[in-house]
Ligand binder design. Structure first.
Ligand code: NAI
Length: 387
């Protein structure tokens, strides 16, 4: 079988550096799927990109990797692409306004959309990671009108995994303390497979809505509600997600779970002086593997994915992309998970996050129109109607 053509934009960046080994070891698309990587970056990063290509060669990866192309020619990178991982974006510089950042990245996504439309496989599957990720998906969908909207997704799995990681940390400490108090020496540590019902809704920003209301843990051979393991409803509650609410657990002193998840990216940045890369790469690998790997189980769990809101059953406004709970199905498709419902707190917070997404969308469109007018092309944009 011909190798799967996978384009990674931002190929010289830090997330790509952690992601490439996961793909090259066959951990993303399955061990039997051969991959041809197409690493794209901009000309100023050409040397760094060439260095990455040298390291790939030197790593003697498994037979899953059929070949690597490292290029600054975007047409060459996107030609025939069956999977596109969009990491390349304009970083926020000191003094830059939010709308300016959105405008710069909208310009990049416009180009990516045109490349997908013209050169990629007509069924190319896309994950957008570059921020603002969901709004970038919307721009892509305009400029790649032939690509099914369900093929365009954004990464919210990192937010999802951050929440699961904090829940596991808290649950395991409580289970271990309880068993020590009972004189039991051995307790099985819970892992990610022992958590279900978690979702992060909305934008990949500080307005995101981590929701544990339906979470259950698998303890002693049965699924039990979250409160039976973590009875601290103040820490868990969304109502207490504003500064000052909640107790400890996974985040800084006095922070609720929701605040800790929302601020995790900033915490990593503060500590590392670099943004999350290893965990982001791992989340991308999980996102793609759940969605596209032929190895995955027929009964895949619900996960958070940035997807089109058109036709969603949760009452979220149509015409944008938002993080929602989905289940991936065999064959590279996904469906909204209708088992989730929104309680009043979640709905209220989600409305604010959706308003932010709509604002980002309007800003991006305005900035693109301005750029097109400045370039002498005043054709304007005609967004596709919702499907
Ligand atoms: P980075 O700055 O290390 O790498 C970005 C790379 O993109 C650079 O090599 C740059 O030259 C390249 N690039 C810029 N414009 C490009 C273009 N037009 N075409 C191709 N390449 C281009 O950034 P890092 O840490 O790898 O992060 C990548 C993106 O992912 C950032 O936008 C970051 O904000 C976002 N991010 C999103 C997360 C999420 O959960 N959605 C989590 C972590 C990061």
């Amino acid at each position: 079988m011909a190798p799967l053509r996978v384009v990674i934009t931002g190929g010289a960046g830090q997330i790509a550096y952690s992601l490439i080994p996961l793909i090259a070891r066959g951990l993303v698309f399955g061990p039997d799927v051969k991959v041809h990587l197409r690493l794209l970056d901009i000309p100023p990063a050409a040397n760094a990109l060439a260095g990455v290509a040298m390291e790939v060669q030197d790593s003697l990866f498994s037979t899953a990797l059929e070949g690597v192309l490292a290029t600054t020619n975007d047409v060459e990178a996107f030609t025939g692409a069956q999977v596109a991982i969009l990491l390349g974006g304009f970083p926020r510089r000191p003094g830059m306004e939010r709308w300016d950042l959105i405008g710069k990245n909208a310009g990049i996504m416009k180009r990516m959309g045109e490349l997908l439309e013209t050169y990629a496989s007509p069924n190319c599957k896309v994950v957008v990671v570059a921020n603002p990720a969901q709004t970038n998906c919307y721009i892509l969908s305009i400029y790649a009108p032939s690509l099914p909207r369900k093929n365009i997704t954004s990464l919210s799995r990192l937010d999802h995994d951050r929440m699961i990681g904090m829940l596991l940390h808290e649950a395991n400490s409580r289970l271990i303390s309880a068993s020590a108090a009972n004189g039991t020496e051995c307790v099985r540590r819970l892992t990610a497979a022992d958590v279900r019902g978690a979702c992060v809704w909305g934008n990949h920003s500080n307005s995101q809505v981590p929701d544990v209301s339906a979470v259950e843990f698998f303890v002693d051979g049965r699924w039990v509600p979250i409160e039976s393991v973590i009875p601290d409803t103040t820490w868990l509650g969304l109502a207490n997600s504003l500064p000052g609410g909640g107790s400890i657990g996974g985040g800084a002193e006095g922070q609720s779970l929701v605040e800790a998840v929302r601020k995790r990216g900033a915490a990593v940045l503060g500590a590392r002086k670099l943004s999350s890369a290893m965990s982001a790469a791992n989340a991308i690998a999980e996102h793609l593997s759940d969605w596209l790997s032929p190895e995955k189980s027929e009964h895949s769990p619900a996960v958070s994915m940035g997807v089109t809101t058109d036709g969603n059953p949760f009452g979220v406004s149509e015409g944008i992309f938002s993080s929602l709970p989905v289940r991936c199905t065999l064959g590279g498709d996904w469906n909204y998970d209708e088992g989730f419902s929104l309680n009043d707190d979640v709905r209220r917070h989600l409305e604010a996050s959706v308003a932010e997404l709509e604002d980002e969308k309007a800003t991006a469109l305005k900035m693109l129109e301005k750029a097109e007018a400045a370039a002498g092309s005043v054709t304007g944009l005609v967004p596709r109607p919702s499907l």
